[in-house]
Write a protein that binds this ligand. Structure first.
Ligand code: ZN
Length: 363
């Protein structure tokens, strides 16, 4: 038992409710399978704060149980139900995971399963021996597979003997991989690419897509560009994006979407990739605020026949150079989490538009 602490005052429906004398109780998490529990540890909210903590439960009136908050759950909390005696409750997250508190028993969850529709609420049986979960509308990307290739890798610079190997990119010999570029202050493109890819993965999974990434972190070497293309081809991705940032001339700025040129292996996906490229250009321009490139392509679009990721693809794919890391204006925004999230959101929107046939914003 923790000492009793005074919480603060909220105004509710015109009533001034004093939520005080809260006792922090023992908390258990029940979540099956284990995968879904990472990042969902339980902490005590900062009771000094006047506003409720994120993902927290705050009792009012006769409710005796609380105060609980979840630390960065993998999915938003969308509902709760209480035991009949009020000595326990369950929280449900949109991914179907269940958190049990107090005397509430765990009876099962959908946490960790690939859901085609999000959980939207729950209710408990009158005697507390079970509960129902409610699942909502079909997610827009349910059943779709999306490939994400975050260009380069964080430790490529340590292994020139590996990344300098020659590979056949479908048109010519090319290096297995490169280190990528960086800003003048040393923020690496490999890190930028991986950050955006991670945000994009989360955005797409929230829409129900299955995501295939070509590398799991930013602390490895490679894989070769040919392997990256094969990973996405072998997964039969419905659409894919290679994420990069450019090392262009210091006085040039902006983003460009690179699209494949027919070379045999990719012949069947030239038209679909071009359509996807236009959608990507339009959403990226509309959503991120970064201009189209002043030095690469025409209106932000550039066909390329010398990149393995585009030459070897058997699914619709583009490569986006999100900005110029060697330009001071671009570099200043590329390194910010806010821009990286917005870049990922724009890509997710483009992917959703492409895969669902929604109307694209016009440029
Ligand atoms: Zn790159």
């Amino acid at each position: 038992m923790k000492p009793v602490r005074k919480l603060g005052v909220w105004r509710s429906s015109g009533l001034r409710v004093l939520a005080s004398l809260l006792v922090l109780t023992v908390v258990t998490i029940s979540w099956v399978p284990v995968r879904a529990v990472s990042g969902a540890s339980v902490k005590s909210p900062r009771v000094e704060d006047l506003s409720p903590a994120p993902d927290s439960v705050v009792p009012f009136g006769g409710a005796s149980l609380g105060l609980h908050a979840l630390t960065s759950p993998k999915a938003p909390v969308v509902g709760m139900a209480a035991t009949p005696d009020g000595k326990g409750y369950w929280l449900v997250a949109s991914d179907g995971g269940i958190f049990s508190f107090g005397d509430a028993r765990f009876f099962g969850s959908e946490g960790g399963t690939q859901l085609v529709a999000p959980a939207v609420g729950m209710a408990a049986t009158p005697n507390g021996d079970g509960y129902w979960l409610v699942f909502g509308t079909l997610r827009p990307l349910a059943g779709k597979i999306v490939g994400i290739d975050p260009g380069h890798n964080g430790l490529n610079y340590t292994a020139p003997q590996i990344i300098n190997q020659s590979v056949w990119n479908g048109q010519q010999d090319e290096a297995c991989d490169t280190t990528g570029t960086e800003t003048d202050s040393g923020y690496t493109e490999a890190q930028y690419n991986f950050n955006v890819a991670t945000y994009l993965e989360a955005d797409l999974e929230a829409e129900g897509a299955k995501v295939v990434m070509t590398r799991p972190n930013n602390s490895g070497i490679g894989p070769c560009i040919t392997t990256r293309a094969a990973i996405i081809n072998d997964a039969h991705a419905d659409v894919a994006v290679d994420i990069h940032a450019d090392g262009g001339p210091a006085d040039g700025r902006g983003f460009a979407v690179l699209e494949p040129v027919a070379d045999g292996p990719n012949n069947a996906v030239i038209a679909s990739s071009a359509a996807f490229a236009t959608i990507m250009r339009n959403t990226f321009l509309a959503d991120t605020g970064i201009p189209v490139s002043t030095y690469d392509g025409v209106d932000g679009l550039q066909p390329r026949d010398n990149l393995a990721g585009l030459n070897l693809t058997t699914g619709a794919k583009v490569l986006i150079e999100c900005g110029n890391m060697r330009n001071a204006s671009d570099a200043a925004i590329l390194v910010t989490p806010a821009f990286q999230k917005s870049a990922a959101a724009a890509m997710a929107q483009a992917i959703t538009i492409y895969l669902t046939g929604q109307t694209a914003p016009t440029s």
